[in-house]
Design a protein around this ligand. Structure first.
Ligand code: TRP
Length: 331
């Protein structure tokens, strides 16, 4: 049987934190042995939120070195920067003509972004069509999606089906299947157990970045919010004690353990004792990653060459596909 082609894009939006790592990235790393993994830095998409040349360039480069440092292997997978294969924008235009405005207007992520103060320009509006082009240009069979991206994948499936039907070419555009993310480790802010850990939260104390050093990690965990009770005795208690739940969840992810085991391990103990163990586990995990990130960023020519290899592979597939698509529509 042919291997699944799993495709995912990551926006280069600045420093990565452990929430990103335990979410999407760790899954991608697991996929690279069992599938034909395609992974790109979605810098065209970032133009919807960043309009500063230096920032966009720097973030794109950093995102790429982060992925490598975390364990994505460019020999096993195809890793590239979205804008280096510009055919995807040509496809976006073509696909726009098979996209219902009504469906686009129902996009909750668009509505959320506008509600959060982003100005509703056309880029932000047509963002999901570009995402569909990313997926369809490379014949992806599967796309990992969290809750926020499910609707975008649905739209992509609709577009592909409409294109295939209109031109009477069954299965020409590969209709992708979602790989639904298990909610195994949603990491929350260290300052508020009800909010997701996020790069956009003002206080850096709310997150552990993959470039934080030992002292910083210890300090952030020391200052992480808890409650006045000793460590919880049962899983049930965690429903009411979100900060304890989050810290225990992080500890469980780091030690590949279950939440149940971690609760048992520290039941009734002081937070300070647990926090010390948590800091140690975090430092063990993150120090090698931050060292690797620094090493990669110092070796620009290695990064450039690695980037080129990925783009070449991506390009072979993209240029064949866009050529066929243009013939089909009559260009
Ligand atoms: N929209 C995705 C996000 O913000 C990034 C992305 C762009 C993507 N193109 C994609 C993800 C194609 C999966 C497939 O997280």
């Amino acid at each position: 049987m042919k291997k699944k082609r799993i495709l995912s894009g990551a926006q280069p939006s600045g420093l990565l934190h452990i929430g990103n790592y335990f979410g999407m990235i760790r899954r991608m790393i697991d996929f690279q042995d069992s599938s034909d993994l395609f992974c790109f830095i979605a810098n065209y998409h970032s133009l919807t939120s960043i309009n500063n040349k230096e920032e966009l360039e720097k973030n794109t480069f950093n995102a790429f070195s982060d992925l490598l440092a975390l364990g994505l292997d460019h020999k096993k997978s195809t890793i590239w920067v979205q804008s280096h294969v510009p055919e995807v924008t040509e496809l976006t235009w073509i696909l726009s003509n098979f996209t219902s405005v009504g469906l686009m207007q129902r996009s909750t992520s668009y509505k959320d972004k506008v509600a959060n103060g982003l100005s509703p320009n056309m880029g932000l509006f047509s963002y999901p069509v570009l995402m569909a082009a990313d997926i369809l240009l490379y014949d992806a069979t599967h796309v990992p999606v969290g809750d926020d991206q499910k609707q975008h994948l649905e739209l992509c499936r609709d577009i592909a089906q409409k294109f295939n039907t209109d031109f009477e070419i069954e299965n020409f555009l590969q209709v992708p299947e979602p790989l639904i993310q298990k909610e195994f480790s949603r990491i929350m802010s260290l300052k508020d157990g009800s909010k997701k850990m996020s790069k956009s939260e003002l206080s850096d104390l709310s997150r552990i970045n993959l470039t934080d050093d030992k002292d910083l990690i210890i300090n952030k965990i020391k200052k992480a919010k808890t409650d006045p009770l000793p460590m919880p005795n049962t899983l049930k208690e965690l429903d009411e004690r979100l900060e304890a739940k989050n810290l225990l969840g992080i500890y469980s992810s780091l030690t590949n353990s279950t939440l149940q085991k971690s609760v048992e391990n520290f039941a009734g103990k002081n937070f300070s004792e647990f926090k010390q163990k948590l800091s140690e586990a975090l430092v063990d995990k993150i120090e090698p990653i931050s060292t690797e990130i620094k090493k990669l960023l110092d070796d620009k020519s290695y990064l450039d060459n690695t980037l080129l290899e990925g783009v070449e592979r991506a390009n072979i597939i993209a240029s064949k596909k866009i050529k066929r698509i243009k013939e089909i529509v009559g260009f």
